[in-house]
Ligand binder design. Structure first.
Ligand SMILES: [Zn+2]
Length: 312
C-alpha cells in the first residue's frame, strides 16, 4: 500500500546538494524533515493521498468534512493568473512540497484581504482545502510582506520577477529539494525587499545557487575539463564552470580576474568578496553569462530575462 500512495512530489534524486542557506523564515517541516539523521518519510504528503487514507491518519473514521481535507503550508507566492470573474490561480513555492498551484476565490475584488496576502513575492502561511483538480486557499496569514517594497522599486521588481520565474521552473516536480529552494528564494526576496545587496548581485547569486540545487553544479575553483587550479581564464557554458588556458576551446568566454572573483562570490554567497571587486561591469557581464547558462541548461527562455537584457 505504501508504494501505491507514494507522493509524486517526492521522487528520489540521485544525489542531494548541501549548501549554506540564506536567512529566511523557519522552513523546517517537522513532518517531512523529522529528527536529524532520520530518513525522510516519503508517504507523508497530504496532497496526493486518497481521502479515505488521509482520514485514517489520526485514528478517526473516514469523513468528508472540510476539516479533514484541509492542510497548511508556508508559501512564497511566485505569480498569479486570473480565473473567471473574480478568482485567481496562485502559483506558490511551498517549503514542504515545492511548487503548488491553488485557487484563491474572490481575491480580485478590491475588498479582498486574502488577495493582498497572496500577491507575488509575499510569504504567507496558508490553509488549503483539497479539490478535485486544484486545491483552494481558504486562509492566509502574512509572514513577510515583501510585495510592496519590491514592487515599489523597478530594479528590485525586475530582478524579483526573474527569481520567481526561475524558482517556478526549478521547483517543479521535486519535493526533495523544496526546502532548499524555498530558503534560497526567501533569502533572495528578503535581500531585494530590504535592499541589503545590489539587485543584480542578488539575482546572480540566486541563479548560480539555484542551479546547484537543481543539479547543475557550477565549478568555480578548478578547470571543469582537467581539474587544475592554475591558469583559469575562461567560462565554459557546456562544461558549467571555468576552464584553464590549456583546455579553453572556441566558444568559451574569456573571464577577467574581477569576473572570476565575482563569479566565485555569487556562487558561494560571499558578499564581502564582491566588495573588493574594482571593475564595475564585472557583475553585469557575469550576470549575462549566468542567464545564458540557466536558459541553455534548462532549455527554456525566461520572459523576465529579456527585461534585464534591455536595462543592463
Ligand atoms: Zn584544464
Amino acid at each position: 500500500m505504501g508504494h501505491r500512495y507514494r507522493c509524486q512530489h517526492h521522487s528520489s534524486r540521485p544525489e542531494s546538494t548541501h549548501l549554506g542557506r540564506e536567512q529566511g523564515p523557519q522552513v523546517r517541516d517537522p513532518v517531512l524533515a523529522g529528527p536529524a539523521g532520520r530518513r525522510r518519510r516519503r508517504t507523508s504528503c497530504p496532497r496526493r493521498r486518497p481521502a479515505a487514507l488521509r482520514a485514517w491518519d489520526n485514528g478517526s473514521v473516514p469523513t468528508t468534512t472540510a476539516a479533514s481535507r484541509t492542510y497548511r503550508e508556508t508559501v512564497i507566492v511566485l505569480g498569479t493568473y486570473p480565473l473567471g470573474e473574480s478568482d485567481r490561480i496562485v502559483v506558490c513555492l511551498s517549503s514542504g512540497h515545492g511548487l503548488l498551484r491553488a485557487v484563491a476565490k474572490g481575491v480580485r475584488r478590491s475588498s479582498s484581504k486574502l488577495g493582498a496576502r497572496l500577491e507575488p513575492f509575499m510569504i504567507s502561511d496558508v490553509s488549503l482545502v483539497h479539490g478535485r483538480n486544484l486545491d483552494t486557499v481558504t486562509q492566509a496569514v502574512t509572514r513577510k510582506a515583501y510585495a510592496a517594497p519590491i514592487v515599489a522599486d523597478y530594479d528590485a521588481y525586475t530582478h524579483a520577477s526573474a527569481i520567481a520565474e526561475v524558482a517556478e521552473y526549478v521547483a517543479q516536480g521535486d519535493g526533495e529539494t523544496a526546502s532548499e529552494i524555498f530558503a534560497l528564494t526567501a533569502g533572495a526576496l528578503s535581500a531585494l525587499a530590504r535592499r541589503t545587496h545590489a539587485a543584480q548581485d542578488v539575482l546572480n547569486s540566486y541563479l548560480a545557487r539555484s542551479m546547484r540545487i537543481a543539479g547543475w553544479y557550477i565549478e568555480t575553483e578548478a578547470c571543469v575539463r582537467c581539474g587544475t587550479q592554475d591558469g583559469l581564464v575562461s567560462w565554459s557554458m557546456a562544461g558549467g564552470g571555468i576552464v584553464c588556458t590549456e583546455c579553453a576551446q572556441a566558444g568559451d568566454r574569456p573571464l577577467s580576474g574581477d569576473m572570476m572573483q565575482y563569479l566565485r562570490g555569487v556562487a558561494t554567497g560571499s558578499w564581502e568578496v564582491l566588495q573588493g571587486i574594482e571593475d564595475p561591469t564585472a557583475g553585469q557581464r557575469v550576470g549575462a553569462l549566468l542567464r545564458r547558462y540557466v536558459q541553455w541548461h534548462l532549455e527554456r527562455e525566461f520572459r523576465s530575462f529579456a527585461l534585464l537584457e534591455r536595462t543592463s
